[in-house]
Design a binder for this molecule. Structure first.
Ligand code: ZN
Length: 343
């Protein structure tokens, strides 16, 4: 069964007056093909893998409205349209009971989300793009950054179209960017918080650079001056542990995190920075594994006198302030404060 509808060179007058009309008309996953000035090369843009992350599709809509022609052919994949349209607009990462689509880019592809991911991969293989950029928003507010699986000069160059911060992740979760290891240079770009106007602008500016530049891959000898953070560890909840966000401890929950915890995104937290409240032992509440598969909880958090503190100076990012996402995915990512792996 084909899930994607294919649309070639849509006219600005055919795509609705705003991004909501645009998505309503699509109603399901869509793949746009835009002919470029140089018909011999193709780049791919993937967005809306998560239905609550609007910046990428807003930027694409703005591009289509502008009537411009890209420098090379562009394949644009807009994936989780039904989740985005579930009311209220852009509120749901995925539909109820569906798997997270950005965890489905590896076999088995045997459910609906897996089949959708497999079709995204088939579209990419068909077009053999010179690069793939997957645009996301963070659920909490915070600065932009790129993520890729290993450092090479192409990844540096692609991320630099959008941001100066790069995370090299050895986590293998089934995310789209993991295809980079055996196919095209692929990076994830998190343009900032899903509700931040600055994130929408950055998505637009970066998309324009990606679509219009004659070259987006490495120029030999160029130093992009990126700040690189390596091998983050994910802090997750143990099963059945309850979590809320508040400015004072909520006794009905196992863990209360401070409502402003997302303000620590990319900042350094020290062992005296309170993150929230809990009273059970760390390892009964939290789960975390380092690159070697060992438990890293006690390297991340310490509970003392009913307060949760970082166990050591850390840089935190992807901090969510949404309890459902924290339970289904993770609370935050962390590296040591110098950007090095948490050994
Ligand atoms: Zn996302």
């Amino acid at each position: 069964m084909r899930r994607f509808q294919f649309i070639r060179n849509p006219l600005a007058t055919q795509i609705g007056a705003n991004v909501e009309e645009f998505l309503r008309a699509l109603s399901g996953p869509a793949c746009f093909y835009l002919d470029g000035e140089d018909a011999g090369r193709t780049r791919a843009l993937v967005t809306l893998l998560h239905g609550n992350e609007p910046s990428g599709v807003m930027a694409l809509f703005r591009w289509l409205k502008s009537g411009q022609k890209p420098a090379v052919n562009i394949v644009c994949i807009v994936a989780s349209v039904p989740a985005a349209l579930a009311p209220p607009l852009f509120s749901q990462r995925m539909l109820p009971r569906a798997r997270d689509l950005n965890r489905c880019f590896r076999p088995p592809f045997d459910d609906a989300q897996g089949a959708l991911a497999e079709e995204v991969l088939e579209i990419l293989h068909l077009h053999r793009p010179e690069a793939v950029i997957d645009l996301h928003n963070t659920s909490g507010s915070g600065p932009s950054f790129g993520v890729c699986t290993h450092l090479d000069r192409h990844h540096d160059a692609l991320v630099s179209l959008f941001t100066r911060r790069l995370i090299i992740s050895n986590l293998r979760l089934g995310a789209l960017m993991e295809i980079s290891e055996h196919s095209y240079p692929t990076v994830t770009v998190e343009v900032g918080g899903r509700l931040d106007v600055a994130a929408h602008e950055l998505a637009w500016e970066g998309l324009c650079r990606y679509f219009t530049a004659a070259r987006v891959l490495d120029e030999p000898g160029r130093d992009w001056g990126l700040e690189v953070l390596r091998d983050p560890v994910r802090l997750e909840l143990q099963e059945h542990v309850t979590l809320t966000y508040a400015d004072a401890p909520s006794p009905a929950y196992d863990i209360t995190l401070k409502t402003d915890i997302e303000h620590h995104n990319f900042g350094i937290v020290t062992p005296t920075t309170p993150l929230g409240w809990a009273s059970s032992p760390e390892r009964s509440l939290f789960a975390a594994k380092d690159a070697g598969g060992r438990c890293a909880v006690n390297r991340l958090v310490r509970i003392e006198g009913g307060l949760i503190y970082p166990a050591r100076p850390l840089r935190l990012f992807m901090i969510t302030n949404n309890a459902a996402i924290a339970s289904a995915d993770c609370l935050l990512y962390a590296v040591a404060d110098d950007g090095a792996p948490l050994a």
